[in-house]
Write a protein that binds this ligand. Structure first.
Ligand SMILES: [Zn+2]
Ligand SMILES: [Zn+2]
Length: 149
């Protein structure tokens, strides 16, 4: 492969100072195609067919490594207490999280942009990143129907 046609993933890892290995590639790839953040267990289950040499502790180690290169974000979701991982995309997402079924619904827009601007003006603070998760009940889990009147 000519120099100028490098795999973008390799480039990203190189920039982050992370050597790319088979497992790192697999996990990165999986997260890249995932619709929503995944737990280490979910990652392990999806990958164990592709790579019989992978084990759960490898997944954890790899996630830690990718985190150290700032390639991943870790999200702690309420009830099950399990950390979920997603790629640290340039375009980020926010989620509505159902407190009953743990479903995560991504919302398209980031409502924080104006607020960040305001913070910069008011507090002279340079915002680099933010996390926002909104908790509640999804359509299927709403506690009780509104009384009809
Ligand atoms: Zn729900
Ligand atoms: Zn945002």
């Amino acid at each position: 492969m000519p120099e100028n046609q490098q795999d973008p993933l390799k480039e990203i890892m190189k920039k982050a100072g992370i050597k790319n290995t088979k497992h790192r590639n697999l996990i990165f790839d999986l997260l890249q195609n995932a619709e929503e953040p995944l737990t280490a267990e979910e990652i392990f289950i999806s990958l164990k067919d592709k790579s019989s040499s992978i084990c759960l502790s490898t997944v954890y180690r790899t996630l830690e490594k990718l985190m150290s290169g700032n390639l991943l974000l870790k999200t702690n979701i309420s009830d099950d207490g399990k950390a979920r991982y997603e790629l640290n995309h340039d375009k980020h997402k926010h989620y509505l999280i159902c407190m009953k079924c743990n479903k995560r619904i991504s919302i398209m827009d980031c409502p924080m942009k104006e607020f960040e601007k305001a913070l910069k003006d008011q507090a002279n603070f340079d915002v680099i990143q933010h996390k926002l998760e909104i908790y509640g009940y999804c359509q299927d889990c709403k506690i009780s129907p509104q009384p009809k009147r």
